[in-house]
Design a protein around this ligand. Structure first.
Ligand code: HEC
Length: 170
């Protein structure tokens, strides 16, 4: 009896998640939590992979430059969406990389996300564009993000230049 009830509850939650996925309104709290759980425990791999690079200031800054070139248009220079006009409007929204949910991924999982992207959201895969070392440097930068807003807005939106270049000091 107890088991049957549990099965029913599980089935009902499953349906709830399925149907809420078809809505055009922003995802509810339960749905967001379920999706996050599945990502953290099932879809995002690389949990045990360790960052082979030690966190030196030089490497963190190298990660910041790579980030300022490849990730800036969606995540802002500070990884916290500063100056990104659509960040909260896309579905799923672009998260602040300083959030607990993001920071609770292991280094290996962050590297996996950068490598493979998150399908079917707008988060692109960097496989083939960034080297392993560059991806690990970006992981170091995500672990050492500056205070929100401290780096200003992406140049793409302030009109100076299309994107921040890895060669310029930014
Ligand atoms: C075209 C826009 C875009 C670009 C460019 C982009 N991202 Fe994202 N990113 C997103 C979106 C949208 C999400 C939310 C994905 C989700 O929740 O499924 C996201 C989520 C993430 C997450 C958190 C994933 C999670 O499960 O919470 C990390 C970490 C991340 N991005 C890192 C990066 C890095 C590093 C780069 C550059 C190499 C980058 N992103 C480039 C749009 C982008």
């Amino acid at each position: 009896m107890c088991c049957r009830r549990l099965t029913l509850v599980a089935f009902a939650s499953f349906l709830c998640i399925c149907f809420s996925g078809c809505r055009s309104t922003p995802p509810g709290k339960l749905e967001t939590k379920s999706v996050q759980w599945v990502k953290h425990h099932v879809t995002v791999r690389g949990k045990k992979d360790r960052n082979p690079l030690e966190a030196t200031e030089e490497r963190i800054q190298a990660g910041r430059r790579v980030f300022g070139y490849y990730c800036v248009v969606c995540h802002g220079r500070d990884g916290q969406n500063t100056g990104v006009p659509f960040a909260a409007k896309v579905s799923p929204p672009v998260p602040s990389l300083a959030d607990k949910e993001v920071q609770s991924y292991t280094d290996g999982q962050l590297k996996w996300i950068i490598d493979n992207g998150i399908f079917p959201s707008g988060m692109p895969a960097s496989h083939g564009t960034l080297s392993d070392d560059e991806m690990w440097q970006v992981v170091l930068y995500i672990r050492h993000l500056p205070p929100a807003g401290s780096l200003g807005e992406p140049r793409a939106y302030s009109g100076d230049e299309y994107q921040d270049s890895p060669d310029t000091k930014n």
